[in-house]
Structure formats: structure tokens, C-alpha cells
Write a protein that binds this ligand. Structure first.
Ligand code: ATP
Length: 452
């Protein structure tokens, strides 16, 4: 009889990844953003849900685009408008179900399920996730693992300082022997497994900042609108004429849908070309001297920065040089963000890492600094690691700072999923699964007892 492989679900802010344990990449990667169309017939969600790449890109009258994640911990934006406290979990459940049952064509009740979570996930969310997998999905067995632990395993470095540069967050998590360190204590992956007890007085040090992919998108959006660029998404254009003079743009020929799509839908579609710009044009400033105050007069550079041309969806072509680095520079130097922060300005990524390392027990500091694992899709920015390494070497001149990142794009993007896939398929992990029977006996708090 063919063995039933476990499923691995890695919910991120931008996309939710799912696939079978033991494989190298997730079978599916679905947007975590969803559409909601007002529909009096479906009061459960206060509208009908549209989940998946095609659904959220369909032009539907009144469809609003939302994201059930807020702050990376599975709470909904809806909470902020205070009329649908629990709807977020219902939507989250539907997105997970869509990944497993629709995209993987799998019967979820037949597979053990491993789910990844951020280190800052609060207990109520961990318990809610446990309820969903046992009550709604009826899985035979389940486990919840910290993303940073998965990422350390995916990079064959169970002791490492994991830097995850994602969509809504960039986080730093020290992991020692597969155990993430947080708030003064070691969070044991599972008490029954004999992870080596750690005797240091550790009161460190997972930190996070919103300086990540979404921040870059916001900064680029601001930069483009300051330049006077029309932000018309591809999907809404009937045809385009190429032009280079912003003062004399050709008339736009737009598709006529018979209605005006919802503003959130338009912005979601604008994000598509902004993401493309980020991925193909943006570059990280990694010169020995600081980023020039006047980008039009940069002075001497170690190596000249190539000019690159980009065509916006409406046909506007523009050459970009140092302005390709303005948004990315704000990841390290947030006070230079083109769009200022409304609240306190966060610390730059390198400074955040320094805070985390400074709180580490002196015994392990050097080990962490020479085992820095950089993951997350935003870390794919051109010269990102070079810049990060440069800043960290300046901050820690003594110890040997060594960054490690996979050269393979999927491994960098899906690192947490891949680590989950490795863990869930290894024999020793089998004793960790929480069974349905254990859940029935103890309830959702089993997660706190078995997977801290
Ligand atoms: N090659 C690239 N260069 C720069 N940015 C990229 C690249 N590829 C993807 N991104 C950006 O990375 C972000 C998604 O990162 P990732 O998939 O790690 O996030 P996530 O896991 O969904 O979110 P989070 O970890 O914050 O919960 C998006 O903002 C996307 O535009």
C-alpha cells in the first residue's frame, strides 16, 4: 500500500504555499489576498468569496480585495472595522481548504498536516489553528512549527541566525539546535523530543520590522505617483501607445466594463507591475560609501550603475539609474523613505539584527554571526546580501560575519515550506505529530503543551 505523505502548509502574508512532505517545492502557491463580492444571499461572509489567482484577478462589479492576515498573525483587516471579529478565520480556513482540496485535489482528512507559523504568533491564534485543522479539516495528525526553525533546517543550519525578508515583515530569529530563542526562554519544539537542553542565560531576541516587500511596494507606488506616472493596470487597458514625454501623454484607451472596479481591486492590479518593477529593476545600494543625498549627482562610484529602461503598462518608457535604489535604500535607512512613516520610524534591517545579536548570550554571539541564513523572496533583490553583509561587518568588526543564502530562487522563496517538507518527512518527526485522539482528549490547548 502506498504510504500517505503529510501535507505542508506555509501561510504567508502575500501567498500561501502548500504541497507534499518530501518534495522540493510546494505544489501550489495561492495569493493570500482574496476578493469579496457583496451578496445578500451569503451573509456568512457578508458577500461571496473569491479565492485563488484567477478569481482575484477577475473584474467583478463591487469586488473588494482584502487580506485575512494582518501583522502576519492571521487576524483580519476586518477586525479594524470592528464588525466581523471572527470572519477572518473563516476566510483563512477557506484559503487553506482551497489550497489543499482544490489545488492539490487531496482529501485533507487523509493526511497529517504540518503548518508553519511566525514566532510571534499568539496563543489564541495557535489554538484557533488547532481547532480548524481538527474540527473543520478532520486531519488524522497535525503539528505547528515555527517558520524560522523550518528555514534553518532547509539551509542545513539548525543553529543559525535566520533573517526572513518577506512581504509584510522582515524578522530575525536566533535558532540553536533547532530551537528558536525568544523572550528569555527556549521554545522547545516539543518536550518529548530530546533536544539538547541549553544552559546559557538566554534572553533574546526575535525581532521584526515592517521593512519588507510590502513597504517597498508602498514606497515605489509613492515614487511613481510623485514622478507623475499614470498607474493604470495592464488589465484595464484596451491598447497602449509607447511614449517617453510625461508632459504630453497619449490618450488612454481603457476597457469598458460597464462599472468602475473597486479601488482595492485597482490597487491590487497596480501592485502587479510594481512587483514586476521590484523584481526586475530595483537594486540595493552596496557601495562602500553611503547612499548619495542627491541621486542626480552621485559623485564617484566604485562601479557605475547601469541605466535600465522600464515600460509602464500605459506605454510610458523611462530610464532609471540611481532612482532604482531609492526604495530599497529605505530598508536599511528608513529615514530616507520617499513616503514618510505615519508613526515612529522603525529601525533599519541591519540595526534590527544588531539589537537581536546584542541581546544574545555572549557565548553564542560569534556562532550566530558566522551562521546567518538569509531567506524570503524580498532577499532576492539584486545585491541585497552584499549590502546586508557590508552593514553587519561595520557593526561587528571583530567576529567573522558570514551570510548564507541559497542560490536557487525557489529555495529562497519557499524556504519555510521546504524546511517543513524536510521535517515532516523525516522518521524522527513522527513522534511529534499530535493525533486527533489527543486533541479530542485535551482540546486546543494541546498545542501549547506539545509545540511551544
Ligand atoms: N525577485 C524578487 N525581488 C524582489 N522582491 C521580490 C522578488 N520576488 C518576490 N518579491 C517580493 O517578495 C514579497 C513576497 O515575499 P515572501 O513570499 O517571502 O512573503 P510571504 O511569506 O508571503 O510574507 P511574510 O513572510 O511577510 O508573511 C512580495 O512583496 C514580492 O513582491
Amino acid at each position: 500500500m502506498e504510504a500517505i505523505s503529510a501535507l505542508v502548509l506555509d501561510p504567508g502574508t502575500n501567498t500561501t504555499r502548500c504541497g507534499f512532505a518530501g518534495e522540493d517545492t510546494p505544489k501550489t502557491c495561492v495569493p493570500t489576498y482574496y476578493g469579496i463580492v457583496p451578496d445578500p444571499e451569503t451573509p456568512k461572509y457578508f458577500g461571496s468569496l473569491k479565492i485563488g489567482e484567477n478569481a482575484v484577478s477577475s473584474v467583478i462589479d463591487g469586488m473588494e480585495i482584502r487580506n485575512p492576515m494582518n501583522d502576519g498573525i492571521g487576524t483580519s483587516q476586518l477586525v479594524h472595522i470592528s464588525w466581523a471579529g471572527l470572519e477572518n478565520w473563516e476566510v483563512t480556513t477557506e484559503i487553506w481548504r482551497h489550497c489543499i482540496e482544490y489545488k492539490l485535489s487531496s482529501r485533507v482528512e487523509e493526511h497529517p498536516l504540518l503548518v508553519t507559523e511566525p514566532i510571534w504568533n499568539p496563543l489564541k491564534n495557535r489554538e484557533r489553528t488547532t481547532e480548524i485543522v481538527f474540527e473543520d479539516f478532520n486531519v488524522p495528525a497535525y503539528f505547528l512549527v515555527k517558520s524560522a526553525v523550518c528555514e534553518s533546517f532547509a539551509n542545513s543550519k539548525p543553529s543559525s541566525l535566520v533573517i526572513d525578508v518577506g512581504h509584510a515583515n522582515t524578522s530575525v530569529t536566533p535558532v540553536v539546535d533547532g530551537i528558536p530563542l525568544r523572550k528569555g526562554r527556549i521554545h522547545l519544539l516539543q518536550s518529548r523530543v530530546s533536544y539538547r537542553p541549553f544552559s546559557h542565560n538566554l534572553y533574546t531576541g526575535s525581532e521584526r520590522t515592517p521593512l519588507a516587500g510590502l513597504h517597498l511596494t508602498t514606497q515605489l507606488r509613492h515614487q511613481f505617483s510623485e514622478m507623475g506616472i499614470r498607474m493604470t493596470p495592464w488589465l484595464m487597458l484596451k491598447s497602449k501607445t509607447t511614449y517617453t514625454d510625461l508632459t504630453n501623454p497619449p490618450q488612454l484607451r481603457l476597457r469598458d466594463y460597464g462599472f468602475q472596479p473597486h479601488q482595492s481591486f485597482i490597487e491590487y492590479q497596480q501592485d502587479r507591475f510594481i512587483h514586476e518593477f521590484k523584481e526586475s529593476m530595483s537594486e540595493t545600494w552596496a557601495e562602500p560609501r553611503s547612499f548619495p543625498a542627491d541621486i542626480n549627482n552621485p559623485g564617484d562610484m566604485l562601479r557605475p550603475m547601469a541605466e535600465k529602461s522600464y515600460e509602464f503598462p500605459d506605454g510610458y518608457q523611462r530610464r532609471f539609474m540611481l532612482d532604482r535604489c531609492v526604495a530599497t535604500e529605505s530598508l536599511f535607512n528608513p529615514s530616507l523613505s520617499p513616503k514618510p512613516f505615519t508613526g515612529d520610524t522603525p529601525k533599519g534591517i541591519a540595526e534590527m539584527i544588531k539589537d537581536s545579536v546584542d541581546h544574545l548570550d555572549a557565548d553564542i554571539r560569534a556562532n550566530m554571526l558566522s551562521n546567518i541564513v538569509v531567506v524570503g523572496a524580498t532577499s532576492l533583490l539584486y545585491r541585497f546580501n552584499e549590502r546586508l553583509s557590508q552593514d553587519l561587518v561595520a557593526m561587528f568588526p571583530g567576529p567573522r560575519v558570514k551570510l548564507q543564502s541559497s542560490g536557487q530562487t525557489p529555495e529562497r522563496k519557499y524556504s519555510a515550506w521546504l524546511g517543513g517538507s524536510i521535517l515532516a518527512s523525516c522518521g524522527a518527526f513522527h513522534q511529534l505529530w499530535i493525533s486527533k485522539q489527543e486533541y479530542d482528549e485535551i482540546g486546543s490547548n494541546i498545542i501549547e503543551r506539545r509545540a511551544k
